[in-house]
Design a protein around this ligand. Sequence first.
Ligand code: DX5
Ligand code: ZN
Length: 236
Amino acid sequence: MVELLPSILSADFAHLADEIAAAERGGGTTIHVDIMDGHFVPNITIGPPVVASIRKATRLPLDCHLMIDNPNEYIAAFAEAGANWLSVHYEACTHLHRSLELIIHHGMKPGVVLNPATRVDLIVEILPMVHHVLIMSVNPGFGGQEFIHFSLDKIRRLADLRQEMGLKFKIEVDGGVAHDTVAAVVQAGAELLVAGNAVFGAGHPERDARSLLAAAREADDQITASRALGGKSKIH
Ligand code: DX5
Ligand code: ZN
């Protein structure tokens, strides 16, 4: 079952509560919150105080994507602020296993994020610990960038690993997910679809979330139909 996670990075920050409510009416089921520190990525966004305010503005789960150096130092603060899912970058964690344990210890659902140039096979050992793996399909830092197509191979590889290992973690994709890419992303095996520009960029988040989700569900239905006909489990 595919889900849409509106990324507020492209929303109007002066009207965040309204923007989030509109994206929820359009079918968004979890709110994706991008945390950037100006070191790990060349942009700065928000920290725990704003997450705490967003927490009061919606009942939807908050999926906080940490694009920061030394993430372990901030895990408790994001838990306190009300984050429900917390993901850390493989590239930012010297001791990834410890970071994931810390997230679990603070009662959040742990995720690991891979930059476009990082191989999926590097995280095989920790896959049993995670709730989700986030495949970046752009270099993190900014919304509205072009989808990097080899990310589809990484999604397929991850879906294969999940099946081989008998695991249930979710596959999330972030960056350039829009009308022209969403079907391929779903067909490759992702179910959590982050979208910023495609939802908020034109100023009609309810309408644009709804139509993007409809396109994703259509691709998902085609896969289900193909399986029912005895086709392959996924389309290459
Ligand atoms: C980029 C962020 C994304 C961003 C995606 O570093 O992690 O969540 O909002 O934006 P779009 O969907 O516009 O590519
Ligand atoms: Zn993100």
